[in-house]
Write a protein that binds this ligand. Structure first.
Ligand code: 5CA
Length: 164
């Protein structure tokens, strides 16, 4: 079956689904047989544009070591210098183990909400141009639709130009 609606969610996707409900959102996560590990795969699977995929990328402040989450349009490359300037310290890519520790999920399935810790977050302003965008739901096979304004609100309301 394609979009396995009705089937039980995996434990990771369930945690994200519960987090969405706790935030008052009625978004529904679906787990697909095909992988949506990358934004392009997710767009192909959903039949949307790659720009509508809200990818969750974790960076790390090079002085404080604090995690930073950037929710970027799948069409954009994140400009680390721009985000570093907004943050007040340079940033670099986070290692996969650190990403798992702070978010509670593995790369390829990082959701925008429902993390192990609270993480400072920037939302790509380009996502706000769409009626609906799609984010990872805790595993590389799990996705959910969300209105960009809702995404922005539950991610702390910080919208920014993050693209290279
Ligand atoms: N499920 C899809 C669509 S929502 C997804 O999660 N896409 S993603 O873009 O948010 O996640 C994959 C991203 O993880 C890649 O774009 C890449 O920027 C990042 N990534 C991949 N490998 C590593 C790595 N070794 N270290 C840090 N980041 C990585």
């Amino acid at each position: 079956m394609e979009g396995s609606t009705g089937a039980a969610l995996s434990a990771s996707a369930r945690r994200v689904q519960d987090a969405l409900a706790a935030l008052g959102l009625d978004c529904v996560i679906t787990e697909h047989a095909a992988s949506a590990r990358t934004s392009q795969e997710a767009a192909d699977l959903l039949g949307c544009t790659v720009g509508q995929i809200a990818k969750s990328l974790v960076f790390r402040g090079t002085s404080t070591g604090d995690p930073v989450l950037v929710i970027a349009s799948g069409a954009n490359r994140v400009d680390e210098a721009k985000v570093g300037a907004l943050l007040g310290e340079p940033i670099g890519r986070a290692k996969p183990e650190f990403v798992r520790e702070v978010t509670g999920y593995a790369i390829g399935g990082i959701p925008p909400v429902g993390h192990a810790r609270s993480i400072r977050t920037f939302v790509d302003a380009d996502l706000l141009a769409f009626d609906v965008v799609f984010a990872a739901g805790g595993t590389p096979n799990a996705l959910f639709p969300i209105k960009p304004a809702d995404l922005l609100r539950v991610c702390g309301n910080v919208k920014a130009d993050v693209k290279n």
